[in-house]
Design a protein. Sequence first.
Length: 366
Amino acid sequence: MTAQQPISFARGAPSLDIVDVAGLKAAAARAFDTDPAGITAYGTSVGYPPLRQWIADKHGVTVDQVLVTNGSLQADAFLFEHLVKPGDAVVVEKPTYDRTLLSLRAMGATVHQVTLAEDGLDVDELRTLLESGVRPKLAHVIPNYQNPAGVTLSLAKRHTLLTLAAEYGFTIFEDDPYADIRFRGEALPSMLSLDPLGTVVHASSFTKTVCPGVRVGYLIGPAALIADIAKRATNLYISPGQVSEGIVYQFCASGDIDRSIATVCAALGEREALLAKALREQIPGVRFTEPDGGYFLWIELPDDVDVDLLVPEATARGVAVVKGSDFLLEGGQHALRLAYSAVTADQVEEGVRRLAEAVRAVQKRD
């Protein structure tokens, strides 16, 4: 590998070698062969009917609780637009997905970040916030292998969060695109499956399990809420992309998705282990919690490493990273999010070597 070849820990996307291109080509052919009229028409705003039913069956809900969208970001946007008005309080994790922060702040929401511990959202801190009089419209939570921190919300905290939502009357937005990308540990039940009261709206996508290019996500919630959001979807685009949804349906119904998930989990488990090992060996003082799945590792660097100075040094050495401050309302000056999904195993050590050089360059300035 030459020093000039760029290495990116910045983008949460799978490298091409772990995308089932052959399976997707075959799924596309089946979609056009079996339902050419269905996938080439406008369709309805709730999504391609066979895929909608497949999603309902996967999650054990009725089909009228499912809305299929053009990617999970659109699912997020639909829910935020439906529930949140300017000035409304919204709880998010600290840190949280940067696009969530951008969307909510653009809508004029009052955003409250609640600390993440190694086992997920600090529910005691959330309770204190609620007891102080804050009444959020919703709490946005990424429960499995969180973006950017990689942590997983414990089962006990899932139950506590449901109790708080019922007591204080807010919606839990369970944003869960990484749940199937688990390479160690035991799977935990979704809050959707634990919720008897309809306080949870669940979102996921096929970006991480099929490929980003299909742009297929979905919302699951109370049927009345889904029906209301479907009216907005009709006005916005008549229907989401039926061709993509038809391909995804064929990929899922054939069982190819299970093979794809197994491939992705094995590759990402190897990459995460190599990344953790290289960081410990090459960057003294680095701190992190290893994830049990997902795409991301959040690292805390020594206090003499400011990421505003580090990122250009890393870029100059051909390695891309994302500043921790992008995921916080304040703070994160010594943190980075590293995505190991797009780097092949042979790139990991070299990428960390370059990052370590950049860290040393910043430290020498002090």
